[in-house]
Design a protein around this ligand. Sequence first.
Ligand SMILES: Cc1cc2nc3c(=O)[nH]c(=O)nc-3n(C[C@H](O)[C@H](O)[C@H](O)COP(=O)(O)OP(=O)(O)OC[C@H]3O[C@@H](n4cnc5c(N)ncnc54)[C@H](O)[C@@H]3O)c2cc1C
Length: 436
Amino acid sequence: MTVEALETELRDLLGDKGVSVEFAAREKASIDGARLSPVISEQLPLGFADLVAYPADAEQIAAAIGAAVRHGVPITPRGKGTGNYGQAIPMAGGLVLDMSRARAITEVGDGFLTAEAGATLVSIEQAANKTGQQVLMYPSTAQSSIGGFISGGSGGTGSIKHGMLHHGFVLALDVVHALPDARLVHVEGEAADPFIHNYGTAGIIARATVALEPLQEWHGFFASFDTFEQALSVIRPFADLEPTPRLVSADLATLANALPADPGIPADRASLRAILDVASIEAATALVLAAGGRVDDIREGPQTSMKISMMSYNHPVEWLQKSEPNKYFHVEVSGDALVDRIDEVHAVYRGGMLHIEAQKGRPIGMLVGEYESADEVFAGFDRLAALGVGYHNPHQWFVDYEPERTFETAKTTDPHHLLNPGKLAAKPAVATGSQV
Ligand SMILES: Cc1cc2nc3c(=O)[nH]c(=O)nc-3n(C[C@H](O)[C@H](O)[C@H](O)COP(=O)(O)OP(=O)(O)OC[C@H]3O[C@@H](n4cnc5c(N)ncnc54)[C@H](O)[C@@H]3O)c2cc1C
């Protein structure tokens, strides 16, 4: 049988620790963060791995891919499986390539760091800090892998200043094409773009070089307000603080109450949390006080920054879902209307609640609603657009960032359609809107 023959070859290439056909390992490799979407959850399970490989370095990643291609077995790459659209689910079965052992940080230089695909963003930030530098951005799931972030993420802590991950964060990649003699192919600068945010469908990232900048002295800043409108009123001014904050998140009291207990997040108050350069704290405090809020805590140290990061982006949604399972969904949203027309934005969905993140130019956020049906979720998209709200549909798994370019690239890099099948094959059934 093809899969058994591949298993035998992979054991030769990677050793016994490098392959598993155990049910538990296959099951773990077939689940990602898609449970965040009730629309996708209704369609689970979407696929099940036949075997899992754990290459230990970039060269083994290439060797495993070559073997799978020679046996005609589909390959789904996997970092930490935290992506929340089902992108890491092996829909055609076959091989899941778990990158967690290939996690070496191979070089830290002036302004750059090179790591294997499975290195976590936490370890990358720590390695950068040791050389007096910091990574330009990392997702709120900071324990996720660099390969998964580049292939499935968008931005996070650091994005106020540096935008999204396709805005200069990735300097170079070693990618592997799905060819029988698969090897590491080095691409730099613009040549790396066709491999960003398309779920490994055009090539699998074995090694990445990302940009660093000089380390700043960051403080965790916690403020609270009587009303969410007061917190919203400082979101844009916070984005314009100098030096630019690394992160600024705000929540209604209901969402803030669902977050992990913290003295900086008092009960039943709208919460604003920020990672601020020490030089901007005085100005930030003045903004909070002028808006009628209060500063509850200011803390030093990288742990506080990580903690604040891990309560940003989708995390308030996830905490809310934990506190009341099967009740909520979310849509990724953006634009000034999130501040200027908040009551209308909230009214788009039953129980509507916005979690907001400061960005240069236009805030972004997660609009939470109470879930009834997929149709109702999708029907809200037009109403959001009519309010001038940009939206992104997190309830589908198809590549929706530059899909045409990915199609073209994959013609040569994946001629047998073996890379993460099911993610590039069809057009999304529902319009996905602009990228948030
Ligand atoms: C609560 C919550 C909060 C989140 N917050 C953020 C956030 O702030 N910012 C953000 O950008 N994302 C966020 N995400 C989404 C996700 O966690 C991140 O994008 C994360 O960086 C993905 O990394 P991973 O290692 O878990 O990747 P995975 O989930 O394992 O993979 C993601 C996609 O990339 C593919 N892939 C994995 N490794 C490779 C590789 N080496 N080469 C090619 N393709 C590969 C997978 O097949 C999959 O399609 C959040 C998710 C959750 C559940």
